[in-house]
Design a protein around this ligand. Structure first.
Ligand code: TXA
Ligand code: MG
Length: 320
């Protein structure tokens, strides 16, 4: 099937209440018609996700924003103008179009215009909003290829659109604009510095708030193997003592980091953007090879580095 036919059949499925996996620039999403409550409930069933956790509504462009929100504050206008289409999700006070199944019963709705040609073609052809969480089972790492989606959700999805590997590799930055001052609920490729430059005010990261964000649970984004953060100086020692204790150890680190014998070296790019792109695929591969523990050299803090560190620190956190 050519791409036009694929998009047409995806639209047909979505109109009938089906589920379609779509590529985005961040991670693959599991999409349903955001205005079809039954279809949205199927997303939760397929993912095994608690139904109180809200979903992001994806739009074709910013002109659809006013349909979904009670009002469009100037800050939303500014950020949408600067970063859409792109890896930025805005949380705003909702309109009646955003049903409880999507918002988890909250008074706010999360919205984003993704920057992937196939996602945009789908959204334009569909016309309405598509509710889409990451297309993985609840609590597992997000999919960044169509094969990851197939491995996680397989037959339970009506159609998987293959748009190649995701170019960013970690989920969008979520910014709460629903109350007076903006706050980051989840770090992503659009950094705090990017937001502050455009808004001209501080945009702090909100630790744990009143809004429910499953991506902020400690054990979210976790591979099966345990995760231990390290730096280039401690990684070899840490890995060696675990290996000596009889554990199957993988190290995730740039090529130039020396790794002890008997320990798997999974090479990641030294720059944070490169690391982000391979992060989830590497965690999946390490799990597939049956390692018990991953010692990982965290990327530098700046830019998307904050998002990679956030996901790895959560993966390292207490498991539920
Ligand atoms: O990059 C992304 O954001 C990907 C792609 C597919 O767009 N989607 C994604 O969806 O990561 P999901 O469901 O895995 O994560 C969505 C996050 C959750 O942490 C959810 O709690 C939060 O968005 N969220 C959704 N609605 C919200 C709201 N009204 N208030 C606060 N957080 C909200
Ligand atoms: Mg997710």
């Amino acid at each position: 099937m050519n791409e036009n036919d694929l998009i047409a059949s995806a639209v047909r499925l979505l109109r009938e209440g089906g589920l379609v996996a779509m590529p985005t620039e961040t991670v693959y999403g599991l999409a349903a018609d955001a205005e079809n409550e039954l279809a949205v409930r199927r997303i939760f069933a397929v993912k095994g996700r608690p139904s109180t956790h809200p979903l992001i509504v994806h739009l074709a462009d910013a002109s659809q924003l006013p349909d979904w929100v009670a009002e469009v504050p100037q800050s939303a206008q500014t950020l949408a103008g600067a970063f859409w289409p792109g890896p930025l999700t805005l949380v705003l006070r909702k309109s009646s179009r955003a049903c409880d199944a999507v918002t988890g019963g909250q008074e706010t709705v999360a919205l984003r215009v993704p920057a992937h040609p196939m996602a945009l073609a789908l959204l334009r052809a569909f016309g309405g909003g598509l509710a889409a969480p990451s297309a993985n089972r609840f609590g597992r790492v997000s999919p960044t290829t169509a094969a990851h989606v197939r491995a996680d959700l397989g037959d339970e999805v009506d159609l998987i659109l293959d748009g190649g590997p995701c170019t960013i590799g970690v989920e969008s930055t979520i910014v709460d604009l629903s109350s007076g001052s903006p706050a980051i609920l989840r770090p992503g490729a659009i950094s705090a510095e990017d937001l502050e430059r455009v808004l001209g005010c501080p945009v702090p990261v909100q630790a744990r708030g009143k809004v429910r964000v499953p991506g902020t649970l400690p054990s979210h984004y976790a591979p099966r193997a345990g995760v231990i953060p390290a730096d280039p100086h401690t990684v070899a020692l840490e890995a060696e003592s675990l290996r000596a204790a009889g554990r199957r150890v993988a190290v995730m680190a740039p090529r130039d980091v020396a790794v002890p014998r008997g320990v798997g070296h999974f090479v990641v790019p030294a720059d944070a953007a490169g690391f982000a792109r391979v992060l989830y695929a590497t965690l999946r591969e390490i799990d597939r090879q049956g390692y018990e523990v991953i010692v990982v050299v965290l990327p530098p803090e700046g830019g998307i580095g904050a998002a990679v560190r956030d996901r790895l620190m959560r993966a390292a956190g207490p498991r539920q």
